[in-house]
Design a protein around this ligand. Structure first.
Ligand code: LLP
Length: 406
């Protein structure tokens, strides 16, 4: 039985058990599986209370498969990118440049020049140095100052980005200095942005952030800059325990009541795709060492590194019910690291050959995957209505060595 959250309602993974069983019979494991209906439901929830001039920019780093970007572009979403590679992906997916924002703490002159040439909605500036690099470009790109608001997102330390000792953004003081130093002839300063972290469970923090951005925007306007939008970043959490849902529509509504004089821009990633994706893996073997029972599966930390990197806990179930004894297992991958573990205490009735589903892996799963241990990356499958298609083939050994001069 799937958890309630997974059942076939509009905001769940929306893949019928039968369809899942059929896909599992046809596609060799491991693979990622995504639900188009679920992605659309999450995106629509953000778009519902946004006006035509607001921009909801999906954060491409969460999952950059072009087929998923296409779905979002068709719904009218914009894109938040952090590299030229992501920018090119968004354009290839059919995004219009005027719906793309470019953030990132280390943008080179080549990156900035490329983004400026595309005439994107905004380059989010993260240092004084970037202003100097941009100043000499022939066209004046629209820029926003990404501030570091010195706010805690109360999340895992690796994904806190808005405290004053984090590398991201510039202080409000420095933003004011820049606004004073450069005239409107020199820079086209049109926005203020921030991103305080990821997996934020307290929606009030977004409102607190909006208030800060508003106060700074008023000062920048007094200095003559024509601020037209405020970008509160991304970060809304999802529930990895699959028990509750956070509500993007309500968040956008609350932000719109707070930000009335400017267009609203948001950069959600995880909350659009995480619950829309899962990993399907097969049990290679069952073994016991000391007091601990292990299920060794064919997906590893190279394919899904969140547990190893952040001690993240993803719910795991068998794809099909079977009547072997339920035991508490540590589910581990085949990679030669003890960190290659999906956690202890998973209650599962599984045996070698059974398939397991690892939930909530649509975000920061495949996009953070690697070839460590010379493991080819798994296939990615998209389910739309009652059909499914391969949207990224499983890599082959030849793919792995293609760029090596042998
Ligand atoms: N905007 C900026 C500038 C960001 O740095 C990020 C994420 C986002 C938007 C999207 O945040 P989201 O809505 O997805 O929380 N690998 C980590 C998450 C890293 C997030 C990095 N920045 C994980 O698996 O938990």
């Amino acid at each position: 039985m799937r958890p309630d959250y997974f059942s076939n309602n509009s905001e769940s993974l929306c893949i019928e058990d039968l369809a899942l069983t059929k896909i599992c019979e046809e596609i060799p494991t491991p693979f990622y599986i995504y639900s188009q209906a679920s992605i659309e439901a999450a995106a629509t929830s953000y778009l519902k209370n946004a006006s035509d001039s607001d921009l909801i920019c999906y954060s491409v780093k969460a999952n950059s498969n072009i087929n998923l970007l296409k779905i979002l572009a068709q719904l009218g979403m914009g894109f938040d990118v952090v590299s030229v590679g992501e920018l090119k992906r968004a354009l290839k997916a059919g995004a219009t440049a005027d719906k793309i924002v470019f953030s990132g703490v280390g943008k080179s002159k080549a990156d900035l020049t490329f983004a400026a040439e595309q005439e994107i909605y905004s380059i989010n500036i993260e240092s004084h140095h970037e202003i100097e690099l941009l100043k000499d470009l022939p066209n004046k790109p629209r820029i926003s100052l990404r501030i570091n608001p010195d706010m805690a997102a109360n999340t895992h330390p690796y994904i806190e980005t808005g405290k004053s000792d984090c590398k991201f953004g510039i202080s409000e003081l420095e933003a004011l200095e820049i606004a004073k130093t450069y005239s409107t002839e020199e820079i086209n300063l049109v926005g203020i942005s921030a991103h305080i972290g990821s997996q934020i469970t307290d929606a009030n923090l977004f409102i607190e952030l909006a208030e800060k951005l508003k106060a700074l925007a008023a000062q920048l306007k007094d200095l003559g800059h024509k601020i037209d939008h405020l970008d509160v970043g991304g970060g809304l959490a999802i529930d990895y325990q699959l028990e509750q849902q956070y509500d993007p529509a309500q968040l956008v509504k609350d932000l719109k009541s707070s930000i009335t004089e400017y267009d609203l821009l948001m950069e959600p990633g995880r909350s659009i795709v995480a619950q829309s994706g899962a990993v399907i893996t097969s049990v290679i073997t069952e073994k016991t060492n000391g007091q601990r029972d292990f299920l060794v599966v064919d997906v590893g930390m190279n394919d899904l590194m969140r547990p190893a990197l952040y001690s993240a806990r993803h719910s795991i179930e068998t794809v099909k019910f079977n009547d072997v004894e339920v035991k508490e297992y540590e589910v581990v991958g085949p990679v030669c690291e003890t960190a290659d573990s999906f956690g202890v205490g998973h209650s599962l009735n599984a045996k070698a050959g059974d398939q397991l589903i690892i939930y909530s892996t649509g975000a920061y799963g495949s996009s953070m995957g690697s070839n460590y241990n010379s493991r080819p990356k798994p296939a990615e499958i998209l389910v739309s209505k009652d059909k499914f298609k391969v949207i990224r083939k499983a890599e082959s050994f030849e793919d792995l060595i293609r760029l090596e001069e042998v």
